[in-house]
Unconditional design. Structure first.
Length: 553
């Protein structure tokens, strides 16, 4: 691979994209993170994915393609196994005679190309595409193929999502629970809700942040189904009067995930919710999260500060932990000691010491933080700023030269300051240690295959805060086989990054309102959450309805 890396490095230097020092840094980053040079260059922020592909396309005379609206041949899909496509980051496009054309982000992967030629018996032609587009295209097209097959298996009725027979035998219960897990994982659900009602049991999946009903189960099957989940999660199956929590791993062939389960006693029986923790999501690259280019550039500088507190804010399920994990993966090097305390540990991070809160054993966020300070950490990640004691210890760590990352539940970045002030913390300690606050939400993206464009009327433009002439097109969801008739495909983060300056420090010290702090931050160039979502609406990547769903005025 050294020769190939050198060739790519030469191309980037000759085209003036990077210099020799940046090439050496990228090669070192690649060795440290076990990744190829192209991905290292993008992960370090030296180039965007588009810039890298355009440079390679021009130098190597290979076409560069935006995949998601491209028509892919079903014959090409059937020729390449989905697992192989995901592992090797390739997307089969079409077959002509004895040649298969694929999209690839690393055209120097000679071994991958040779393997594919041997597997398919075809000559391989290349087009370039970003790794992000390839990953999205694999999910979009292979997912549509599986969805189409499931519709045919159900007799051509995609809305038929009901288990019709009662489940009584243990073997049937095991099969039914496994079926729920398989289906939820296959469609990319983050949570499974199992809810007893008066006459039946409703099962909903949370997909792209929105709950959708998938199954109903006869009432008589409630107890055995809940008991099966309790057994898997090592809960007390005889106890139904108090909430319980547990965790287990689920594996079925190629599928392997962790499940976090909880039960809650309700009027018609126990409700169970399972959070699906997919290990692959912890390895997502920072640049794939949806940051605007300017915001990402600033964030990359912030996360390399020598000390202070850096907060990520937002409601539950807004992707805060994923952002922190992607951030830690960027700054994780052999020279730095990174330690975390979480509740619970959602994903395992390589070469990072992770601890988990255990209240029964007396290990809370605050007690863990005290102990961690004696472990010579450089960077500390605290799962949540939950109480005054934890925040005071985090401030003490920041004042003694440590960089502390954590999350806080607030609606926007400015509100994080007022939240901590309301908890009774000294204003000067907050203002002197908080280096940045990143507020975020997750928005659903419109399906690129079926979204419908329309000219907006004046009332819609006014509601978006767009004054004057607007010559663009706004898009709305429709629904097709690729997006499983939802109209949306995938989610992405939108971000609001507040960096305190002297004016904001003064406002914090005066206990000013969140609106006052936000006003100054906007004057200093901060992009608000609403503006970040509006950019996605205007560019046709999401809908007005989605903007209304996740933003505040």
């Amino acid at each position: 691979m050294a020769t190939q890396k050198k060739r790519l490095g030469e191309i980037l230097i000759n085209s003036g994209k990077i210099d020799q020092k940046q090439l050496e840094d990228a090669l070192q980053y690649g060795r440290m993170h076990n990744t190829y040079l192209g991905r290292a260059v993008v992960a370090m922020g030296l180039l965007t994915e588009d810039e890298l592909m355009e440079s390679l396309s021009g130098q190597m005379e290979i076409p560069y393609l935006h995949l998601l609206r491209y028509d892919v041949q079903k014959e090409a899909l059937s020729l390449v196994d989905e697992k192989f496509a995901k592992e090797q980051k390739i997307m089969p496009l079409f077959i002509i005679d004895n040649s298969l054309t694929i999209a690839i982000s690393d055209p120097f992967s000679v071994e991958v190309i040779d393997n594919l030629s041997q597997k398919t018996g075809k000559e391989i032609n290349l087009v370039l595409a970003t790794e992000y587009d390839i990953e999205q295209a694999i999910d979009l097209f292979y997912g549509a193929a599986k969805y189409e097959k499931s519709i045919k298996d159900k007799g051509g009725k995609p809305e038929a999502r009901v288990i019709s027979k009662e489940i009584t035998e243990d073997t049937e219960i095991i099969g039914a629970v496994n079926m729920l897990f398989d289906e939820a994982i296959k469609i990319g659900a983050s949570d499974i809700h199992i809810e007893p009602r008066e006459h039946d049991l409703r099962i909903r999946f949370r997909v792209d942040g929105v709950l959708q009903q998938y199954y109903t189960v006869p009432k008589s099957s409630t107890a055995p189904l809940i008991s099966r989940i309790k057994i898997l999660a090592d809960m007390d199956i005889a106890e139904s009067r108090r909430p319980q929590d547990g965790r287990f791993s689920y594996e079925n062939g190629e599928i392997k995930v962790d499940m976090r389960a909880s039960t809650f006693p309700a009027s018609h029986g126990e409700k169970a919710v399972l959070r699906i923790l997919d290990e692959s999501k912890s390895k997502i690259e920072l640049y794939k999260l949806g940051f605007a280019e300017k915001t990402l550039e600033i964030w990359r500088k912030v996360i390399h500060y020598p000390n202070g507190i850096v907060l990520v804010s937002g409601p539950t399920g807004s992707g805060k932990t994923t952002t922190l994990y992607a951030t830690l993966n960027i700054i994780n090097t052999v020279e730095i000691n990174i330690m975390t305390i979480e509740d619970p540990i959602e994903y395992k991070l390589g070469n990072i010491v992770q601890g988990q809160v255990n209240e029964k054993a007396g290990l809370s966020f605050s007690t863990a933080l005290r102990s961690m300070m004696r472990q010579d950490p450089d960077i500390i990640m605290v799962g949540e700023m939950r109480d005054v004691d934890t925040i005071e210890l985090a401030i003490r760590a920041a004042l003694t030269g440590h960089l502390v990352f954590s999350t806080i539940h607030t609606n926007d970045a400015a509100s994080s300051f007022t939240r901590m002030l309301d908890m009774g913390l000294d204003a000067y300690l907050i203002s002197s240690t908080v280096r940045a606050i990143l507020a975020q939400r997750l928005i659903r993206l419109l399906c690129p295959r079926c979204k419908k464009g329309e000219e907006p009327d004046k009332s819609v433009l006014n509601s978006l805060g767009i004054d004057g002439e607007f010559s663009g097109t706004l898009f709305s969801p429709v629904g097709c086989i690729h997006c499983k008739n939802s109209g949306y495909f995938g989610r992405v983060g939108v971000f609001e990054l507040l960096l305190p300056n002297d004016d904001i420090v003064e406002l914090v010290n005066k206990h000013s309102t969140a609106n006052d702090i936000k006003e100054i931050a906007v004057k200093n160039g901060m992009t608000t959450l609403k503006e970040a979502v509006l950019d996605y609406v205007i560019s046709g990547r999401t809908s007005v309805d989605e903007m209304v769903r996740i933003t505040i005025a």
